[in-house]
Write a protein that binds this ligand. Structure first.
Ligand code: COI
Length: 355
């Protein structure tokens, strides 16, 4: 294992008011950095003050978007400890995304060690107010100063930390979703299942249209037939139809969400009928007409469990249930948070104490 160097900050930042944390604007005092070159491999791991990355304007990531990232969280438990939620799954996915984006693999065990070391230094930044956490953003960017098109030879890996509250201004209140039948997020054979920067850039235009219509997020249909539901904005999506919990099956263009997988495991453990399968938007509307569409909700690290109150597709808006929070969403939200915050027994082995 490589030694991790440490460079101390000259001064530390004031901490924010925990009761009014939003998402993604505040960053802690330190970050982890490491570089890759073909001759040295991944090298120079170091924890140093959070700050600008100097790069030439020709740096490849700025031109061709060869960039991947992850999102995971550290939680403050009631007893004052700190724990991570399924960190190995996020680090494994980072390597899968990296493989798709032609990047060199990281040593997953070492990255977990580096993250824990960073968290030990920054432990006072993990907020304790209800619903807050420390969001962790590991990222890899292509750093060759070169504007021909090929994969980069050099890379920077970094981890930054951000104390956060709810991702949506709605909190756990239902969001409104707008289905686009004109734009797609991912195509067959594309990079949909990789957590790469360009997927998020590609989503912005339809997102803006949704906002203009008064909706929070876009629901994406498949890129081949524009028929089957894939995912929503920054979340995976679930439907409760009758007594069946359904989420689109992973098909290469859907992000393999860690929270998605956790939802599937929790619902299965309760004895619910759980299906990963294709689900057409027409099936959702047909279920609504028959009175069988009970609940819709999204899942994600940032979004946690986010109930959907309204969906608009093809000019028709439907209200899910009474537009409020359904029992399956509420139970999942509570059980997931109870595990993440160490209030319930971790019967799935998902949490990792770090301090
Ligand atoms: C996450 O949920 O962690 C994500 O990466 C989604 C991002 C758009 C905030």
């Amino acid at each position: 294992m490589m030694d991790i160097a440490f460079r101390k900050a000259g001064s530390l930042k004031a901490h924010p008011d925990e009761s009014s944390l939003g998402f993604g604007t505040i960053f802690t005092d330190y970050m982890f950095n490491m570089d890759y070159s073909p001759d040295k491999g991944w090298h120079n791991p170091r924890i140093e003050p959070y700050g600008p990355i100097e790069m030439e304007p020709s740096t490849m990531v700025l031109h061709y978007g060869q960039a991947i990232f992850e999102g995971l969280k550290a939680y403050r438990t009631d007893s004052g400890g700190i724990q991570l939620f399924r960190p190995k799954d996020n680090i494994a996915r980072l390597n899968r995304s990296g493989h798709r984006l032609c990047m060199p693999a990281l040593d997953e065990g070492f990255i977990l060690e580096a993250l824990i070391e960073l968290l030990k230094i920054e432990k006072d930044w993990v907020p304790g107010a209800p619903g807050t956490s420390l969001y962790i953003r590991p990222t890899i960017i292509a750093t060759d100063p070169y504007i021909g098109l090929r994969s980069s030879n050099t890379y920077r890996f970094f981890i930054i930390l951000s104390p956060v509250g709810a991702y949506y201004p709605e909190g756990f209140n239902p969001v409104k979703i707008w289905v686009t039948s004109q734009y797609v997020r991912a195509v067959r054979g594309g990079v949909g299942e990789a957590k790469t920067a360009g997927n998020y850039a590609a989503s912005l235009y339809a997102s803006d249209l949704a906002h203009k219509e008064g909706y929070t997020q876009v629901m994406w249909l498949d890129g081949v037939e524009l028929k089957y539901v894939e995912e929503v904005g920054s979340m995976n999506i679930f439907f409760v139809i009758g007594d069946e919990l359904i989420t689109p099956m992973l098909n290469g263009s859907i992000l393999s969400g860690v929270t998605r997988d956790s939802v599937l495991q929790m619902a299965q453990s309760w004895g619910m009928k759980v299906s990963e399968r294709k689900i057409a938007i027409d099936e959702v509307y047909a279920a609504q007409e028959k009175g069988e569409l009970k609940e819709v909700f999204g899942s994600g690290t940032a979004a946690v469990i986010s109930p959907v109150g309204h969906i608009k597709f093809d000019g028709r808006e439907i209200t899910i249930g009474d537009g409020g929070v359904g029992p399956v969403s509420a139970r999942l939200f509570k059980e997931l948070m109870d595990i993440q915050y160490g209030r319930a027994e971790d019967r799935f082995g998902w949490t990792l104490p770090v301090a």
